[in-house]
Every structure is written in C-alpha cells, then in structure tokens.
Ligand binder design. Structure first.
Ligand code: GAL
Length: 475
C-alpha cells in the first residue's frame, strides 16, 4: 500500500518544544516578545521552558525511537543560531545543539527533515520591519545558506518556511500570532506573504546553485490548506466562492511556486478591483514580483502539505465593507454538522478531506511528490491517556492516504503526525494537546508518556514499513 522508503514521521517546532529561551546565548524571537505581553496567550503562558527539549533532547530521541519513526521533522531556531538574525554573530552553542540532534537521529537511522522558519523571527529583525520589510528576503537567504552550509552534509530534506499563510494572516491581519499586528486592509498580510515567497525562492535558488551539487537534498516550503468544497454543489455561486477561497489559501503560495510564477489570476483580479474601489488607485495591495529577482516558479522539489481539517464554502456574507484578506476572498466557511469536532473548535475531523485535497494537488500542481508534513488531532480539557478518538483519527486518516496512493495514483512520499509530544500550542498555550506523547508540564523533568494513540501509530508504522523491507531497525 505504501511505497518503499515511505517516510513515517512526527513533527515539532523549536519554539513549541525547546524552552531554554535565554540559554547559551540564544537571542529573543517574536514569540518571546509576544507571549510575554499580557493577554496574548491563553493563561499568559509562554515557551520559556516548554518541553525543555533544549535540555532534554535525549528524551525526545527516546520517544522517537519508541514510535519507530523513520523520519523526524524539527525546526531550527533562527535566534538560537544567529541571535541578532544575521550571520555576523553565530551562536556556536546553538550550532552544537542542532549538530547533536541531527547526529543522534542519523545514528539511530532516523532521517531528519529540517524547517528553517517555524513562526519564530529573531526580534532584532522584527525591529527592522520584520516580514513587511523587503530586506527580509536577503536576510533569510543568508540564514538559509548558513544552515545549508552547516548542516547540509547530513540534512537532505529542507523546509524553508512553515505555513506562510498563517504567518501572514494570523500574525499581521488578525493579530493573534506574533508579531501580533492587527492591520486591516489586507495590505500587510499580502506584503508578508509576498516577502515570504521571495525569501523562500532566494533560499531555494541558493541551495540549487551552491549546495545541491554536493549535498543532493530537496527543498520546499510547507503550505497549509483545509480541504474546501461548495456547500451546495449545484449552486454556481458556492462553486465559484470555493474556487476563490482555494485560490486565496492554497493557491496564494502554491500557484506561484508550482504553476505560473505569479499569484492565481482570480486573486489578482479581485484584489486589484477591490483596491481600486477603495481608492488605492496607483497601486494594488497585492505586490508584483520583480523581473529582476530570481523566479518563484519551480522553487520546490516536492509539495509539503500541512492538512488538518475541511470546510464547506458558500458565497453568503463573506463580503464586508472593511477591506481585509477575508473580505477580498468573499467566501464564507460552514461546518458540516456530520463532522465530529476534535478538542479545538476549528478542527473538524474529516479524514476523507485529505484524500480529496491530495487529488486536487495532483491535478492542479503537475502531480508532484507530496510529503504530508503535518496532520493531527487535538485534545483539550480533561486528560485522556487512553485517547481512543485520536487513535481512530490516525487509523482513518492513514487509510485515506493509502487510498490516495493506490486508488487515485497520488505520489505521496511521507506522512508526519503533528506532534511528537504535547507542546506550546501558540495562542492556546498548553491548554491544547496534540502529542503522541503526553508531557507533564508540572513536572521538572517534563516526563513524556506515550498515549494510546502513540502505541497505535507505532503499530501502523511497524506494519506498513515492514511490508516491503523486513523488520524495522528500531524494533
Ligand atoms: C500548524 C502549525 C503547528 C501546530 C499545528 C496545530 O499550523 O504549523 O506549529 O501548532 O498547526 O495547530
């Protein structure tokens, strides 16, 4: 069912697990600043200590081995490696830490996939304008080159930026993620998305020109998308609202990289028109890619997809007088009452949505190799170590992935569960638990204990990874 060499993984991100926010010369990031402000995060919690992975990496490794993962997706913290964001000052302790992590993984026969940017911009760069500044692309490129140079002899799977949509929209329009900017008008979100695409493309071109010849790795960016389908499939307005919505989420980043080197036409048309109506006469709020910079098209060696949930879409009252990205897209999301809700209200459990989204990607983005770089299920409220529902969720979702491969011919190369362990869930703090391992945040040692769903995921991995290759080395 799953091709030989299929990646069975779990994912984490630096700020969500490491803690050690001031240890050994790490610089502050925008999430330190944001979470230290009152009222930003549930219970005013922060990632100062988190799962203590900076101190207790060996515990993480033990968990990875207990699950029998073939791959582990982690992110490196820009501010831990380059405290002021620039290569003028390298924090060698940070380099040592990630060297240890990468080397330990390889010794244990686990392949690392490394994300360079998972929401945690060095504060020093935010102070110079952050992702809204055009200069950020070159700064990111230098950081990326530094990482390729330092770790690229051993790391062969790279993600430049995780979920540019979330950074742009939640961080710069909704203000619910760092840096907490609440800028109406859509302009800030589009500008951030634009600079993220430019930064990603520069880094991909650097890898391609200077590192790929000797390291032979692969580079992509992780794009998040819900599966979207019309509320009334026979209603033309719902169908076009769905297309528009897909263009504004998945298409915003996937279209330039995989299809045309530019934004989806519908996005350009709507934003240009709305910009004009609202008096932005000379300039649209959606920036234009400069011909003088390296092209965006073709800057992904595989498709990295973060999928969590699905929505029905109707045109309805998505429109509003206040200009925003949301009003531009003119689509309203509706939950299907038959979809069970996980611990968090936004996460309706729709495993078949993943299969449909995979087919959509195959069809619209030239049948790329796809890694599902995140997918998971949240628990809130009372703690259930026997998390039957999450186990069921993984079994059902993985069976949809199997169908996508065998029945729909989608080229899926790997699946990463979010997350290896409970961690700092951004604005929800520690109130939302996504882990395959429970973490006791009241314990000094942050004791990790495998949930029932972890045991079930381990069984699935063992079953599928031995189908072709004999016993897994870790069992
Ligand atoms: C993603 C994000 C992860 C994790 C997950 C669950 O958007 O990349 O860091 O928090 O959502 O909400």
């Amino acid at each position: 069912m799953f091709p030989r060499g299929f990646a069975w993984g779990a994912a984490t991100a630096a700020y969500q697990i490491e803690g050690g926010w001031q240890a050994d010369g790490r610089g502050p990031s925008i999430w330190d600043t944001f979470s230290h402000e009152t009222g930003r995060v549930f219970g005013d919690q922060n990632g100062d200590v988190a799962c203590k992975s900076y101190e207790l990496w060996e515990e993480d490794l033990r968990s990875i081995l207990q699950l029998g993962l073939t791959h582990y997706r982690l992110s490196v913290s820009w501010a831990r490696l380059l405290p002021d964001g620039t290569t003028q000052h390298v924090n060698h302790k940070g380099v040592e830490y990630y060297n240890k992590v990468i080397d330990n993984l390889l010794t244990a026969n686990v392949t690392p996939m490394v994300t360079l940017y998972h929401f945690d911009l060095p504060q020093a760069l935010q102070d110079q304008g952050g992702w809204k500044s055009p200069n950020i692309a070159a700064l990111f490129d230098s950081y990326a080159r530094f990482c390729f140079q330092t770790f690229g002899d051993r790391v062969k799977l790279w993600i430049t930026i995780n979920e540019p949509y979330v950074c742009a929209k939640l961080g710069h329009e909704d203000g619910i993620h760092a840096p907490g900017l609440e800028e109406p008008g859509g302009r800030a979100a589009y500008l951030v998305g634009h600079n993220m695409l430019r930064a990603h493309a520069l880094a991909w071109h650097s890898y391609d020109a200077f590192f790929r010849p000797k390291h032979e790795g692969l580079v992509s960016l992780a794009i998040n998308s819900d599966w979207l389908e019309p509320l009334e499939p026979d209603c033309a307005e719902d169908v076009s609202a769905t297309e528009r919505h897909l263009a504004f989420t998945l298409g915003w980043f996937a279209w330039p990289v995989f299809v045309s080197g530019d934004y989806p036409e519908i996005m350009r048309a709507v934003i240009d028109a709305n910009s004009k109506t609202h008096g932005f006469n000379s300039e649209s709020r959606l920036p234009i890619f400069s011909k003088d910079e390296p092209p965006i098209l073709g800057t992904a060696d595989f498709f990295a997809l973060n999928y969590y949930t699905s929505r029905k879409v109707t045109s309805g009252c998505g429109h509003s007088d206040i200009l925003s990205m949301k009003s531009d897209r003119g689509a309203q999301e509706v939950l299907d009452p038959s979809w069970p809700i996980s611990g968090v209200s936004w996460l309706a459990v729709v495993p078949h949505g993943l299969r449909r989204l995979l087919s959509y990607i195959k069809k619209n983005f030239s049948d790329p190799a796809i890694y599902i770089t995140e997918n998971g299920f949240a628990q809130v409220g009372s703690l259930e170590m026997e998390d039957v529902q999450r186990g069921k969720f993984y079994t059902e979702t993985i069976s949809e992935v199997a169908k996508a491969i065998t029945e729909d011919g989608v080229n899926v190369r790997g699946y990463f569960a979010w997350s290896l362990m409970d961690n700092f869930e951004w604005a929800d703090g520690y109130s939302v638990r996504f882990g395959l391992f429970h973490v006791d945040f009241s314990d000094e040692k942050r004791k990790r204990t495998m949930y029932r769903s972890g045991r079930e995921y381990a069984k699935l991995i063992l079953k599928y990874s031995t189908e072709h290759e004999g016993p897994h080395p870790n069992h």
